[in-house]
Design a protein around this ligand. Structure first.
Ligand code: NAD
Length: 284
């Protein structure tokens, strides 16, 4: 098993376990089976070397096939998948991991995330213990969580003795997550932003379009730059090859301090996705 080294055009974040994750990756939520192979192929051709999928997205098999058939060495691509809510629990997590790896067609995974905390099920501690087992067996490089709030993180760290490498959370200017990001920074957890473009809605915001005109870039590039300059790992999604390339072309310009502050002032605490304290899809 060989994990990524610093080799691509995208700078990396060093995780708290020493592994490297590219700051910019590609997400495939809502990319249907049938379209995922071509979409991931386009992303790899554009230069992305980090792909974010999940068991619940139903497209792990095509993600794996696109990476394998690209001819890019496996160790040059950082692959993330997520454990679905209905599979939480120690034994069920071990089984779900095997099933994901079977679909991906890989013998190791770079990053495994608990997709949602589902606090009412009260199984995320046992789930993370299974993650620790898989990591100790060398089958996963890094283990982390997604959609965890501060109280879930405190309990996880307290009861398992391990700080997750990553918390992947909904994050865009309208939901800037200042408090949670500060907690992450204090504890050495990398912040990964999902729906970094607010699922497209924030691209039309006049504040965003004005800054885009100022810097001669597109609204999507401005938002991705905002994430990168804040220190977030960012995983925008598109199925349109020209937009896939556009979203990758974000390393040749910078936002100034005023532009960063103006974008951060759009924070209203508005979610496009569910509330992590109550979301329990998949539970009986
Ligand atoms: P996003 O914020 O990346 O927005 C994607 C949408 O923005 C596209 O469908 C398209 O409509 C638009 N868009 C993208 N690039 C554009 C461009 N250059 N110009 C114009 N419009 C453009 O939303 P997302 O897909 O929800 O989030 C990104 C990734 O985050 C997902 O694919 C997935 O991997 C991850 N995610 C994780 C969770 C979780 O619970 N962990 C939840 C949602 C998403």
């Amino acid at each position: 098993m060989t994990f990524r080294s610093e080799s691509s055009a995208v700078p990396s974040v060093i995780l708290n376990d020493g592994h490297l994750i590219p700051r910019l990756g590609f997400g495939v939520f809502q990319v249907p089976e049938g379209q995922t192979f071509d979409t991931v192929t386009a992303a790899l051709e554009a230069g992305y070397r980090s792909i974010d999928t999940a068991a619940a997205y139903g497209n792990e098999a095509e993600v794996g096939r696109a990476i394998t058939e690209s001819g890019i060495p496996r160790e040059d691509v950082f692959v993330t998948t997520k454990l679905w809510n209905s599979d939480q629990g120690y034994d069920s997590t071990l089984r779900a991991f095997d099933a994901s790896m079977e679909r991906l067609g890989f013998d190791y995974l770079d990053l495994y995330l608990i997709h949602w905390p589902v606090p009412q099920a009260d199984r995320y501690i046992d789930t993370f213990r299974a993650f620790q087992t898989l990591k100790s067996q060398g089958r996963i490089g890094s283990i982390g969580v997604s959609n965890f709030q501060i109280d879930h993180l405190r309990r996880l760290i307290g009861e398992t003795g391990e700080v997750p490498a990553v918390n992947q959370i909904e994050l865009h200017p309208a939901l800037a997550q200042t408090t949670l990001r500060a907690f992450h920074a204090e504890h050495g957890i990398a912040t990964e932003a999902w729906s970094p473009l607010g699922q497209g809605a924030e691209l039309k915001d006049p504040t965003v379009t004005t800054i885009a005109e100022q810097v001669g870039r597109t609204p999507a590039q401005v938002l991705i730059r905002w994430h990168l300059q804040l220190g977030n790992i960012v995983i925008p999604k598109s199925v349109t090859p020209s937009r896939i390339r556009e979203n990758f072309d974000v390393f040749g310009f910078e936002l100034d301090a005023d532009q960063m502050t103006t974008l951060s002032a759009l924070d209203t605490g508005s979610r496009v996705g569910p509330d992590p304290d109550t979301f329990a899809m998949g539970l009986d």
